[in-house]
Design a binder for this molecule. Structure first.
Ligand SMILES: [Zn+2]
Length: 173
């Protein structure tokens, strides 16, 4: 069976924040978000250095924001790059007792805005250290993190117009 993401029309999709999957298990909903930072075949893909630098900063920013805002009932499960180097996945687990579908957009918007602010406050790339990372040679400087954080912020802010996640264009059956 093909993954659902292979049904997305990558020639039509725009940069954006997409909720691509919801998985339910025992009182929790696990949400997969696709952050499309670059438009496929139009914008340049993220370089190795951009991907790796943003991975360190975004994973740290999301976790730090969640800790500090002491949000209950949300666990960050995974934050990492797409193999096609055009975007990132963020997987968050929500407690169904605390959050319903109507809460997802405002809560996720707040978390991502918070994570971006955290990145813009960083003075160095987290865990840029051979003991903590498998290849520090592909970690860039903090200015790369700032520039990507601003690119990311524009995408998140664009969703405020509809106050909802972007909608994927699907391939015809
Ligand atoms: Zn690393």
């Amino acid at each position: 069976m093909l993954s659902k993401s292979f049904g997305v029309d990558h020639l039509k999709l725009q940069k954006g924040l997409y909720l691509s999957q919801i998985d339910h298990l025992e009182g929790t909903s696990t949400l997969t978000f696709d952050i499309r930072i670059r438009k496929p075949y139009v914008d340049p893909i993220l370089t190795n250095i951009e991907v790796h630098t943003l991975e360190h900063c975004l994973a740290t920013g999301v976790r730090e924001y969640l800790n500090e805002s002491s949000k209950k009932g949300i666990l960050p499960i995974y934050i990492g790059p797409m193999g096609c180097a055009t975007g990132f996945y963020i997987v968050l687990q929500f407690s169904d007792n605390i959050y319903g579908k109507e809460n997802y957009y405002p809560v996720v918007y707040e978390i991502l805005e918070g994570a971006i602010s955290k990145i813009l406050e960083m003075t160095e790339i987290p865990a840029k250290d051979k003991k903590r990372c498998g290849n520090v040679n592909t970690l860039g400087g903090i200015e790369i993190a700032y520039s990507l954080a601003k690119e990311f912020k524009q995408i998140i802010e664009k969703t405020m117009k509809s106050r909802n996640f972007d909608e994927y264009p699907m391939l015809e059956e």
